[in-house]
Design a protein around this ligand. Structure first.
Ligand code: GDG
Length: 735
């Protein structure tokens, strides 16, 4: 097994330069801890920016820095002041961050910072390429590096790449406003596995992929020409043990050994044992809803005045991105709000809000968590929110109440918390009241469940389950029954073909020999295809059949003059060597009168869809409709039809963006097996791309060479990735 390469904007170590020498100190952030099990020893490398720009690093220290980083299994990407400005403060934090958190009005679309984002992403990709071998596994983190997967993929087709997004992926309606939306999606699609915190983000992403790139998505898989990408949700956990153990140590520390902060907190508790501490901890970021929370606090104090002098709100706001104007404005707003509310409600013995604008050491964080009766977290949008999880982990006696915004990803797994809508002040005030009065037994019952879950699905589990899923994706091809028809697998087949006395070829048309067109009538054969089919069908000892679901008139137009053998309408009609079509199966079409109005009602309600009328079947096409809506309507139609046709000999075929209703007696499998039975063939070959071709793969005898176009599940023995590859293969039969 190869090594693992982790890539994130920042390295998990902090560089400190003092007195001309350099030290690298590991950082303690969630990601660094979470990745511990993945980033271990000599078989892993972490690539990222060191936090110092080119201008800040003295020339004579460059080598020392590399050495210091290497000791932590890390390598740096060099960035200039200007690059950090355009890439990090610019595109990442003035375009993507606000947009992905639904702050459309804060999102700036600047061509120059987009260009810097591309340049810097390329730098990260180059750093990976410099270190990566083909059997390595690459894990790219977060919104700053969304183009990296594709940049690496271009150079290394077979390398395994995973991507995890730590922030929300917005709904299509928001995402579509980004001028470079396609480039971002294509960048991400370089990965084999794309992970999100929760299913909603996954669903939004898949919807954008379908609508903006028009790619085929089936459940949580995206089908590209030559690869399948898996999309899944992996809710990030915390290092539960670290927080829980720290809280236990804290509990057993003598009061005179405790931090100054803790001693002050104790003092306040002693003065008024009934008073409650409410805590909120966030980076000072507009997505965290700090200003709204302050307004809600004011609302609460007015609605429940009995809590004046009885509750204290402790706000720890960690400085963040202070180069970005929106953050400077927010700082001002929060300063003013705290001042105004404290001015309005303070008494000589009580200040309602304690506001800390700074970062605190871990020890003080634990002081705050363990001393607070209620954690009150109200992000307007938050990918996950780890603070909520950390608070619960430190509650060693299982007391304490968590009030959490339903807009945080963590709300999905923390149903036992009091979940609120951060815009609903009435609800928030009532939740605070409920939390203050919640019986101890209820607090314990809720936290018991929460703790068990957090302990089980901790951050290490998160990292491992992502890596396992990435590995499984890599192995997928190996386990697939259907194998890619490579040159080495093809060689013995060609030999058999050459030696054969009588060959029979069944070729599906749409999606196999020719591409799809929104208007099926326009997908007519090109000159190259005619030439290829001419050469094939004129070979000695060769019977070639085009096998299609298409109507006989179209195939008559396109191919009758060529005298190719044809089976159309899934096996209703057959024509050999230019003869007129005759019926292969004796079937009725009187049912069509009843079914047509049903389809028409779906056409009326589904813009872009239409009915294709064949002699013995009806097809409802929805390739031109909005993809999500089309799929929805298709499953609705399926339900309606299934109940309608229960007693007739009819079946519904779900093809590629088409649903076809036809007699159950007819399918490509039955038709081809019949043809096969009429001769004595020693080489049989069948190829097709969709569900209707599976009938051939099933019915034809085992020794048939069956080939599926595309990587969806199939009964075929082999698969090819594209129409180009199909034609290449047929060309080899000619040669
Ligand atoms: C992004 C997404 C997603 C905070 N103040 C101090 C301090 N912290 C630590 C907390 C916690 C972390 O910082 C904050 O994590 P969050 O998850 O709450 O938020 P973001 O920073 O916005 O993180 C978020 C996360 O990525 C992971 O995927 O959950 O949605 O926005 O661990 O403890 N630590 C110390 N001093 C502080 O003053 N030592």
């Amino acid at each position: 097994m190869g090594k693992t390469i982790i890539i994130s904007n920042r390295l998990p170590v902090q560089l400190q330069i003092s007195n001309g020498s350099i030290t690298a100190v590991p950082s303690v952030g969630g990601l660094a801890t979470g990745m511990k099990s993945v980033h271990k020893g000599g078989d892993s490398l972490w690539i990222g920016w060191s936090g110092l720009t080119d201008e800040e690093i003295p020339n004579e220290l460059v080598k020392d820095i590399d050495k210091a980083l290497a000791a932590h299994g890390a390598a740096k990407v060099n960035l200039s002041d200007k690059e950090v400005e355009g890439f990090y403060y610019g595109f990442s934090n003035r375009t993507i961050w606000p947009l992905f958190h639904y702050f459309l009005e804060y999102s700036e679309f600047e061509l120059e910072s987009w260009n810097t984002y591309k340049t810097v992403n390329q730098k990260f990709a180059d750093a990976i390429l410099e270190h990566a071998d083909n059997n390595d596994t690459i894990w790219v983190h977060d919104y700053q590096l969304m183009l990296v997967p594709q940049m690496v993929r271009q150079k290394r087709l077979d390398i395994s790449i995973g991507f995890f997004l730590h922030i929300p992926f917005p709904s299509f309606e928001i995402f579509r406003t980004l001028p470079w939306r396609k480039e971002i999606l294509e960048g991400l699609l370089g990965a084999d596995l794309i992970g999100f915190h929760i299913y909603d983000y996954e669903r939004h992403f898949l919807s954008s992929v379908r609508r903006l790139l028009g790619l085929e998505v089936s459940f949580n898989e995206i089908y590209l020409e030559n690869r399948v990408i898996k999309v899944d949700s992996f809710p990030m956990g915390i290092d539960y043990k670290k927080f829980h153990d720290a809280a236990k140590v804290h509990e057993n520390t003598d009061s005179n050994q405790q931090s100054e902060l803790q001693q002050r907190l104790n003092q306040h508790k002693k003065n008024d044992p009934e008073a409650k501490f409410l805590l909120s901890i966030d980076r000072l970021d507009y997505s965290k809803g700090i200003a709204k929370r302050l307004n809600a606090f004011e609302y609460f104090l007015n609605k429940y005045p009995q809590y004046k002098e009885k509750v204290r709100l402790v706000i720890l706001a960690v400085p963040s991105r202070s180069n970005v104007p929106q953050y400077q404005l927010l700082k001002k707003e929060v300063d003013e709000l705290v001042g105004r509310i404290n001015g309005e409600f303070s008494t000589v013995s009580w200040t309602p809000i304690w506001y800390f604008y700074r970062s605190m050491p871990f020890e003080n964080l634990i002081d705050l968590y363990t001393s607070s009766d209620i954690a009150w977290l109200t992000p307007l949008r938050d990918g996950m929110n780890l603070v909520a999880k950390e608070y619960i982990a430190t509650r060693t006696h299982k007391t304490g109440v968590l009030i959490l915004s339903e807009m945080a990803g963590s709300a999905n797994e923390m149903n036992e918390a009091l979940l609120i809508n951060p815009n609903n002040f009435e609800q928030i005030a009532d939740a605070l009241n409920e939390a203050i009065n919640m019986p101890i037994e209820e607090q314990k019952a809720r936290n018991e469940v929460l703790q068990r879950r957090l302990e089980r699905y901790n951050v290490e589990k998160w990292a491992n389950s992502f890596m396992n899923s990435l590995q499984a994706q890599k192995n997928r091809e190996a386990y697939n029954i259907s194998k890619k028809l490579t040159d080495s697998l093809l060689a013995p087949i060609l030999k058999k073909f050459e030696k054969a006395q009588k060959r029979l070829l069944f070729l599906d048309y749409d999606g196999t020999l020719a591409g799809f067109h929104v208007d099926p009538k326009k997908a007519s054969p090109d000159e190259d295809l005619y030439r290829l089919l001419d050469e094939l069908s004129q070979q000695k000892n060769m019977e070639l059949f085009l096998v299609s679901g298409r109507d006989k008139d179209t195939f008559e137009d396109w191919f009758l003059h060529k005298k190719y053998n044809m089976i159309v309408e899934h096996g209703v009609w057959i024509s050999r060597k230019g003869e007129k079509f005759r019926m292969l199966e004796n079937i009725k079409n009187d049912w069509m009168e009843n079914i047509r109005p049903v389809l028409e009602s779906f056409v009326d309600r589904t813009p872009g869809s239409f009915i294709e009328e064949k002699n013995y079947s009806l097809a409802w096409h929805y390739r031109k409709t909005d993809p999500d809506f089309g799929n929805l309507r298709a499953s609705e139609l399926n339900t309606v039809l299934t109940s309608l046709i229960a007693n007739d000999d009819l079946s519904v075929l779900n093809g590629n963006k088409v649903m076809e209703i036809k007699s159950s007696n007819v399918n490509k499998g039955r038709a081809t097996a019949r043809v096969l039975g009429e001769g004595d063939y020693d080489f049989v070959f069948a190829i097709g791309d969709d569900w209707t071709d599976e009938f051939m793969f099933q019915e034809l005898p085992d020794e048939t060479v069956t080939v599926k176009v595309g990587r969806q599940k199939t009964q075929a023995r082999y698969f090819l990735d594209s129409i180009g590859e199909v034609r290449g293969l047929l060309q080899k039969f000619v040669e």
